[in-house]
Design a protein around this ligand. Structure first.
Ligand SMILES: NC(=O)c1ccc[n+]([C@@H]2O[C@H](COP(=O)([O-])OP(=O)(O)OC[C@H]3O[C@@H](n4cnc5c(N)ncnc54)[C@H](O)[C@@H]3O)[C@@H](O)[C@H]2O)c1
Length: 243
């Protein structure tokens, strides 16, 4: 029970990797804040947890909006008095080459995928005691990518750079921050990807399950990873080597 009594916020907790991570925290004793834009799916995650005796609340949150992020932090602190874990996991993608990409789409992807990490760090860290941890869900696209996903790949690369800086800034506070970089994972985001649908991006041979990522995220969030800080754990079934 690595998360007994710990308060864990997970963004994008209504689906895929975020949902599996919420379930894993709860199964190990955590009090979970399921933060998502999609209230129906977020509440489903809460029900899945509470029906098994776990503890979770839903918080409606657009992670790109400062007021929503602050409300999510406030909800956790009001209910449980502190925050031990933040998983910045919600994200979005676009599938257009840079020359065709409307400027507002660039801004939207960078806001949801990257500014959100800044916002949660800014507002949650003051409420996080020593030995707390932040885990950011990056992507193999931060390391090797393909045409058409410019803002997504850029946001994930920048997320990893920001993670290294915040790790240094939080050394005194004894708060760790790391990334996981998933390869292809069996979630709606993967199967809705038009490049995957068309067969342009081949995924056969190395598709992980959301639970595989939840295991890695929970490791990084736990005290077992106390000497792991400011880095990225690639969890891709060797996909980067296959490509
Ligand atoms: N599935 C993959 O193959 C894969 C690969 C690499 C990285 N990732 C990363 O994993 C993370 C989770 O993705 P997933 O595959 O579980 O996706 P998913 O589509 O299953 O879930 C994403 C969740 O995020 C929520 N969300 C989207 N925008 C939001 C916003 N602005 N505010 C709050 N919530 C929002 C959605 O409602 C949804 O519940 C993402 O960061 C993604 O980039 C996924």
């Amino acid at each position: 029970m690595r998360f007994s009594g710990k308060v864990c916020i997970v963004t994008g907790g209504g689906s895929g990797i975020g949902r599996a991570t919420c379930q894993r925290f709860a199964s190990e004793g955590g009090n979970v804040v399921v933060a998502d834009l999609n209230a129906e799916h977020g509440n489903e995650t809460v029900k899945m947890i509470t029906s098994k005796g776990g503890t979770a609340i839903f918080q409606n949150c657009d992670v790109g909006k400062s007021a929503d992020v602050q409300a999510t932090v406030d909800a956790a602190v009001k209910k449980w008095g502190k925050i031990d874990v933040v998983v910045n996991n919600a994200a979005m993608m676009t599938f257009l080459p840079v020359v065709d990409l409307p400027e507002d789409k660039w801004d939207q992807v960078l806001t949801v995928n990257l500014k959100s990490v800044f916002l949660f760090c800014k507002y949650a860290i003051p409420h996080m005691p020593q030995h707390s941890a932040i885990v950011n869900t990056s992507s193999v696209h931060a390391h090797e990518s393909e045409a058409g996903v410019g803002p997504y790949a850029a946001s994930k690369g920048a997320m990893e750079a920001l993670t290294r800086v915040v790790a240094l800034e939080c050394e005194q506070r004894k708060i760790r921050i790391n990334c996981v970089a998933p390869g292809a994972v069996n979630t709606p985001m993967l199967w809705n990807n038009p490049n995957v649908k068309s067969g342009k991006e081949k995924v056969e041979g190395a598709v992980g399950q959301p639970e595989d990522l939840a295991a890695a995220i929970c490791f990084l969030a736990s005290d077992e990873a106390r000497f792991v800080n400011g880095t990225t754990l690639v969890v891709d079934g060797a996909r980067l080597d296959i490509l």
